[in-house]
Every structure is written in C-alpha cells, then in structure tokens.
Design a protein around this ligand. Structure first.
Ligand code: NCD
Length: 311
C-alpha cells in the first residue's frame, strides 16, 4: 500500500491533521504528477469535487478546480453565496449534507472560524478547509511546504521571516504550526504592534521551545532569512477603514530592501499581493510567488487523489 492511500476518506481541516510523513508522501506524489502528468490524467475519472466558496478567492478555488480537471475528474462550484440557498437562510450543516449527496469531495472557504470543522462533522465525504476566517488555511501550507522543499531542498534548519499581517493572516498561522515540527526552525515575526501574531500562537511557540524574534522593522531579519514570507494586510477582517489604510502600506518590499536578502533566499507570498511587494521585485529570481501558486496546483492534485484513494 502506498503511504498516501492512508489518507483515503480523511478530511483536511488543520495543518497539523497530517503528520510530517504524510506531507512527505504528498510531496513525492506531487513530484510524480508534475513530472509525468499523463500518468494521472484519468486518475479521478467519474469523481466529482464540489467547491463551496463563501469568501472571495482566485487561486485556491481555481487551483482546486484545475487540479481536479487535470486528474480527469469534474467540478461543481458555488463561487457566490448570494446565488445559493444560503441567501435563503439555509444552515451550513444542511448545505453540506446536501452537497455531500452530489459530490465525492468538498472544498469549503468560509469567513467563520471553525466552519470547515463543522462541515466535516456533517459530511459523509471528505472536506478540505480552503480557509476559515483568520484561523487556518492548510492547503496553502501544503503549497508553501512543497515550494520550500522543492526550491530549498529541505524543510529543516531554516530561518523563516513572516512579514505583515500576522494577526489575521491564516496562511501564516497554518504554516507556522506546520514548520514547528521540523528541526532547527527559527522565526522572525515582523509586524506592526496591532498585527502581532495572536498570543495563543506565541504561547504554542514558547511551549515547544521554538526560537522566535518579534520586530517591527524588516531590515534586521532580511540578511538572516532563508525564506521571507510576505503577507497582505487582511482588509476584510478590519472593522475600521482608517486602521486598514494606515497599516496597509506599513511594509513594502522594494528592490533596495531586497539587496539585504541572501542570494539563495526565497521571497514567498500566498497572493493576492496588494502593495506589500513592489512589481519591480517580480523579475528577481528569488521572488518565487507565481511558481509557488503553480506548485500549489500539483500539491492539490496529490491531496485530491489521496483523499479519494485513487492512487
Ligand atoms: C490567502 C487567503 O485567502 O488566506 N490567499 C490564498 O488563498 N492564496 C491570503 C490572502 O488572502 O491574503
């Protein structure tokens, strides 16, 4: 039995739902798919994926849909909750039980923390969390780890600098937790005071004895970072437009600042980018965010195939 078949029938709600060995099995499968896509072109023939997105998305929804279509499966999609029965007041539990009767696998994105967990509780088919509020975004973590492993060749002994909205950035929360399980990991947490990493997460780091250093300026961290993980200030989680505008341009990675970064470092971003990375940075070989988005599709192909048990 291939290691990834142990994932058959499971849901993926939190980054820590998979062990490092299970991630590794997915990375290996993603590599096989990336190098020999033709061998997997019909792996999901006859299977249906439903994507239920109650928040805006480009990459996550389209990369899941592209992943399923490239595996020969088909896709049903709710991209705008205003056009679904949710607008009539249907509960999430009822929506999920209905959709699970149509599809073999469900991806859900929802503004409420814990929504994906609730969906998984009601669903007889596997549920993937495509982002629940400010809490977690585990398939972005799968993407991010796969990108680092592919481009740096390792996931241990890394200094990772997270920069921007560490308070509401769910991709940060999931990736940070997952990275803590690899040896020799060290973090720089760069944010304005208002957007610091939430206290419970800082406590998790402390409890595990993880080395981390919080700071407001990025200059000190840049020369030491193996990975610089930039994030967007999460406008939709702010109650006040004025605070958002004040914090939005707090960090801008410019070509001048990039000079402080090591030659072999990676600049990553889950995207969408707003103002935090200047367009002039895009042509630098260390700027890997579009590559990261592409690798995410292969990682999601490996995940879908494994949860459906078709490999
Ligand atoms: C992220 C998200 O939705 O949390 N986007 C994504 O899925 N790639 C990051 C963001 O929206 O800033």
């Amino acid at each position: 039995m291939r290691a990834e078949t142990a994932l058959k029938g499971r849901s993926f709600i939190n980054a820590l739902d998979l062990s490092p060995e299970e991630y590794e099995a997915l990375f290996r499968l993603a590599e096989e798919i990336r190098h020999r896509p033709g061998d997997f072109a019909e792996a999901c023939k006859g299977k249906l994926l439903a994507t239920l997105f109650f928040e805006p998305s480009t990459r996550t929804r389209l990369s899941f849909e592209a992943a399923m279509l490239r595996l020969g499966g088909q896709v049903l999609s709710v991209a705008d909750p205003q056009t679904s029965s949710v607008a009539k007041g249907e509960s999430l539990a009822d929506t999920i039980r209905t959709v699970a009767g149509y599809a073999d696998l469900i991806v859900i994105r929802h503004p409420k923390e814990g929504a994906a967990q609730l969906a998984a509780r009601y669903s007889p088919v596997p549920v993937i969390n495509g982002g629940d509020g400010a809490r977690e975004h585990p398939t972005q973590t799968l993407t991010d780890l796969y990108t680092i492993r592919t481009l740096k060749g390792r996931l241990s002994h890394l200094t990772v600098a997270f920069c921007g909205d560490l308070r509401y950035g769910r991709t940060v929360h999931s990736l940070l937790r997952a990275l803590c399980r690899y040896p020799g990991i060290r973090f720089f947490l760069i944010s304005p005071e208002e957007l610091r990493l939430p206290e419970p997460l800082r406590e998790e780091l402390q409890a595990q004895g993880i080395a981390y250093h919080e700071m407001e300026q990025m200059e000190e961290a840049l020369p030491q970072a193996d990975v610089l993980y930039m994030t967007r200030v999460q406008k939709e989680r702010f109650f006040n437009e004025e605070d958002y505008l004040r914090l939005r341009d707090f960090y801008v990675l410019t070509p001048e600042r990039l000079q402080l970064l090591r030659g072999d470092a990676l600049v990553m971003h889950p995207l969408p980018r707003v103002t935090e990375i200047a367009y002039a940075v895009d042509s630098d070989p260390r700027a890997v965010y579009f590559q990261q988005a592409r690798l995410g599709m292969y990682a999601r192909m490996a995940l879908i195939a494994s949860l459906l048990g078709v490999v």
